[in-house]
Design a protein around this ligand. Structure first.
Ligand SMILES: OCc1cccc(Br)n1
Length: 406
């Protein structure tokens, strides 16, 4: 829990630095919110069930659809742009034989109401800032960046029907995860011709913007967006973190533009985080199209990476004071002292019914700064014994002079 709180505190601090406001959404959602026909893994692993009212519900597998639903529920009262973050538990249902977690916590940051690529540049900067705060460098981790518009242009080039776009995205997202011939088989089963499949795979293997420009021409939105993003990355000072890689499409059906994912350069781990632009998702909940982009950053892979890099912090429990009555008859005064210290903002562990030997061990175990012993002779003089556990200094102190020893 200390490790989780440390990680979440870093998520929160980065969100604060970028002036994002914390929001929260229900873990329990209507199943309909996540029923999509694109064959995404996330919708095939819904932790869904029927509640006592006969409703089809799920433990949410992701956060973005809830955000979309609730932004649109605000209607005209929402003053754009919105910069929202949340850290929330998400669920999936897998056979436990795979030994993978069914739940994890995800930090989400979303910018709603900005259509320009500077929104994605801000989000990628937030991710870089988080990595830097954890001691991770651009030599450890890279961020692959592309745009769904690259794939859209490739499909247009081979006149693939737009209706197939999201399904093709979900399939080609598996590039590098499953053999290419399986991907080709899934694409041809959608009715994509084999030459179009080869052409698409060729475009998606590009890793230089110059080559992309050569393949798609320089007047398309895909190239323009990516050039703008890489130029802004220079301004932010995080160019060494990002690289163009056309194979990045991300596995969520609703992305429409820039997409990105962070990866460990040793290639041992799954994607650390990922996100992108989803300009058409909000209008699915009524109203006009509202441009939006965001990312999800899970709490599992990042911990594996920190372990790999020897960057896990040494988080010990910490208590300011242990208060211990040396005589059972003094438990009342001990409570008085504990209460007075707590009202001064001191964390106090009030210990009773233990031998003194145990108490000294306990002080070490919880890294207490001071031990305050309530003994009858001192108490008769209105005093307590304060033992500073780092200097070993001991003082008999009047209650109204305690502050000097805190
Ligand atoms: O990132 C996919 C995902 C969704 C919900 C729960 C878990 Br564990 N993992």
């Amino acid at each position: 829990m200390r490790l989780r709180q440390w990680l979440f505190q870093n998520f929160r601090e980065v969100s604060r630095l970028l002036s994002f406001e914390e929001v929260d959404f229900p873990v329990l959602e209507s199943e309909a919110l996540f029923i999509r026909k694109a064959g995404e893994e996330i919708t095939q692993q819904l932790y869904n069930f029927e509640d006592k009212g006969g409703r089809r519900v799920v433990l949410r597998p992701e956060i973005t659809p809830s955000l979309a639903r609730l932004v649109m529920k605000q209607g005209k009262s929402a003053s754009f742009p919105l910069k929202w973050f949340t850290i929330g538990q998400c669920w999936r249902y897998e056979r436990m034989t795979r030994g993978r977690r069914r739940e994890h916590y995800q930090w989400n940051m979303d910018i709603i109401g900005i259509s320009k690529v500077r929104a994605e540049a801000e989000l990628i900067y937030a991710i870089v800032l988080l990595f830097e705060r954890l001691g991770i460098t651009a030599q450890d981790v890279g961020i692959r960046v592309s745009s769904r518009k690259v794939l859209q242009a490739a499909l247009d080039k081979f006149s693939i029907p737009k209706a197939l776009f999201t399904k093709v995205c979900v399939i080609v997202d598996k590039l590098g995860k499953i053999p290419v011939d399986e991907i080709e088989k899934e694409l041809t089963s959608l009715g994509v011709s084999i030459e179009a499949v080869k052409g698409i795979v060729d475009v998606l293997s590009l890793t230089s913007l110059t080559d992309l420009e050569g393949a798609l021409g320089s007047d398309g939105e895909a190239v323009a967006d990516l050039k703008k993003l890489f130029s802004l990355a220079e301004n932010y000072g995080y160019s060494q973190w990002i690289q163009f890689d056309a194979s990045v499409v991300r596995g969520l059906a609703y992305y429409t533009g820039i997409v990105f994912e962070a990866f460990d350069r040793e290639g041992k781990l799954r994607a650390i985080c990922g996100g992108g632009r989803y300009d058409r998702l909000l209008s699915m909940f009524g109203g006009d199209e509202v441009p939006a982009c965001g990312f999800g950053f899970g709490d599992a892979v990042i911990i594996e990476l920190l372990k790999e890099k020897g960057l896990l912090p040494d988080l010990l429990q910490k208590v300011d004071c242990i208060v211990f009555p040396l005589d059972a008859a003094l438990e009342g005064p001990a409570s008085t002292i504990a209460s007075s210290l707590r009202r001064r903002g001191q964390s106090v562990d009030l210990v009773e019914d233990r031998r003194l030997k145990w108490v000294f061990k306990h002080c070490e175990r919880v890294n207490a700064s001071r031990l305050i012993l309530v003994g009858s002779s001192e108490w008769e003089r209105g005093m307590v014994r304060v033992k500073n556990l780092s200097t070993r200094e001991e003082n008999d102190v009047k209650l109204d002079e305690l502050d000097q020893f805190l």
